[in-house]
Design a protein around this ligand. Structure first.
Ligand code: MG
Length: 161
């Protein structure tokens, strides 16, 4: 079997008042936060789906259903750690991951390196193998109107021969 696989993931969460804003495992100061059953860390959710997709292991909603009270308010870092354990049991190691966050606000540039370090720690891989990128959508669409934040991710996994 070819020892490399790639996967991609995508997620969206709605921005609302009176919620904390968590992105890539980091809590950010902002007037709005993301709504969801867990902490709604849209970037980690996209990353989990990329890793699960690479391993052909379904998706985050399959493993952590939003009807399960165990995941209510859950720290998404815990979900990511569980995904790493799951694909690790299949013999997969993580090569690199690349995340794009689509958000008009807040400005993410000052937080990118903290985000990379946080995700690298959870996945137990080198920070050089973790890329986090941010873009606005030029005030267009739901992300541009600050109604929500979207994230996409790709991941490469491999099996050591
Ligand atoms: Mg989600």
């Amino acid at each position: 079997m070819f020892p490399f696989r790639i996967g991609q993931g995508y997620d969206v969460h709605r921005l609302v008042e009176d919620r904390e804003l968590w992105l890539c495992g980091i809590k950010l100061e902002h007037t709005l936060g993301l709504l969801g059953h867990s902490d709604a860390d849209v970037a980690i959710h996209a990353l989990c789906d990329a890793l699960l997709g690479a391993a052909a292991r379904r998706d985050i909603g399959y493993h952590f259903p939003d009807t399960d009270p165990a995941y209510k308010g859950a720290d998404s870092k815990r979900l990511l750690a569980e995904v790493c354990t799951l694909i690790g049991r299949d013999g997969w190691k993580i090569g690199n991951v690349d995340i794009t966050i689509m958000a008009e606000r807040p400005k993410l540039k000052p937080h990118i390196d903290d985000m990379r370090r946080c995700l690298a720690d959870v996945m137990n891989i080198d920070v050089e193998c973790v890329s986090v990128k941010a873009t606005t959508t030029e005030r267009l669409g739901f992300t541009g109107r600050q109604e929500g934040i979207a994230s996409s991710a790709v991941a490469l996994i491999y099996k050591a021969q």
